[in-house]
Design a protein around this ligand. Structure first.
Ligand SMILES: C[S@@+](CC[C@H](N)C(=O)[O-])C[C@H]1O[C@@H](n2cnc3c(N)ncnc32)[C@H](O)[C@@H]1O
Ligand code: SF4
Ligand code: SF4
Length: 301
């Protein structure tokens, strides 16, 4: 699907950043040491602002940081019982799946895993990476998904692997790893800010992705061609981001480029739609120069 046709659709989901703290230091991540955490009261205010948008029914915990580090994270999830929840995590912090099961609103879990090898994950994500915690989380994730199924609820579990120079040869093995832990999908993200690597390795990446897609198909695991898919699309709309300071961004590219549409503490959602930056996005001009489009264009050459 092409994002340009969806740019004017009303958003039904929003991604929020509750902390920029993270124990890791992934090679591709733009996280700098600027640790900031949303207080519980600030979270309640954020929730009240989101509540004013009746079409929004899903909240994604993402941004630059690790949501499971937040001391009030589970309490926040409890307060979001009216929403479906997506969580994106590195997997290095132990997850309390019993608490998640009680709440029943977390139905998409995305684990960012960059290699099947313990040593390589530490190389890519930093020495604080706790691979044992990852494996424990994955065993518990399998149980969490099965338990939900018994209640006739489907939990989508996805591996997100971000491509970097150390993990290209692991691409196909990642699919076996996804199968072993019962994941329903696997996604490979091309690294924003490292177009040169993707361009240089384009042919090898295409071969590896084709093999991985064949294998995923045999296992019944969903995998899209990373050169032909846009992760800014959620169902039929583009997902906006609100960072830990309350700044709002049109999409992942806006967040990456720090092109602020407004701040939820002072600007009304609808007023942000008159911001020239917003108009630039919905005109499709930004999509023409976005990193994601650049990657997809490599495939079309
Ligand atoms: C920024 S992290 C935040 C959540 C959590 N800390 C984690 O790593 O899952 C969200 C996702 O963005 C991915 N990511 C980070 N930097 C990236 C980059 N330069 N290009 C593509 N994906 C990136 C990460 O691999 C991760 O899957
Ligand atoms: S775990 Fe997530 S937030 Fe932390 S450094 Fe890695 S990609 Fe960035
Ligand atoms: S600018 Fe990029 S990230 Fe944003 S909607 Fe367009 S293609 Fe998606």
């Amino acid at each position: 699907m092409n994002p340009v046709s969806l740019l004017k659709n009303s958003t039904k989901s929003v991604s929020i950043e509750i902390t920029t703290c993270c124990p890791l230091n992934c090679v591709y991540c733009e996280r700098k040491i600027h640790n900031k955490t949303l207080s519980f009261d600030e979270f309640l205010y954020l929730k009240s602002i989101i509540k004013q948008q009746p079409l929004i029914n899903r909240i994604t915990f993402c941004g630059i940081g690790e949501a499971f580090l937040h001391k009030d994270f589970y309490r926040m999830l409890q307060h979001l019982s009216d929403y479906k929840i997506t969580i994106i995590t590195s997997g290095t912090i132990l997850v309390d799946f019993d608490k998640l099961s009680e709440m029943e609103n977390v139905d998409i879990l995305i684990f960012s895993i960059d290699s099947v090898s313990r040593e390589k994950v530490v190389d890519i994500c930093g020495e604080n990476y706790n691979y044992d915690n990852l494996l424990t989380n994955l065993e518990n994730l399998k149980k969490y998904c099965k338990q939900a199924l018994r209640k006739r609820k489907f939990v989508t579990s996805i591996i997100n692997c971000t491509i970097n120079k150390s993990n290209i040869e692991d691409i196909v093995n990642m699919v076996d790893f996804a199968f072993k832990y019962g994941f329903s999908g696997i996604h490979f993200s091309l690294p924003w800010g490292n177009y040169e690597l993707v361009k240089e390795q384009h042919q090898i990446l295409v071969e590896q992705f084709n093999k991985a897609m064949d294998k995923a198909k045999r296992y019944g695991i969903v995998m899209e061609n990373p050169f032909n898919s846009y992760c800014c699309i959620t169902h039929d709309h583009i997902m906006p981001y609100i960072d830990v300071n309350g700044n709002m961004y049109y999409c992942a590219y806006g967040l990456n480029k720090k092109e602020v549409l407004g701040n939820i503490k002072v600007d009304a959602f609808d007023d942000m739609k008159t911001n020239p930056i917003y108009l630039d996005y919905i005109s499709g001009d930004k999509c023409k120069i976005c990193d994601m489009t650049e990657f997809c264009n490599l495939e079309r050459r």
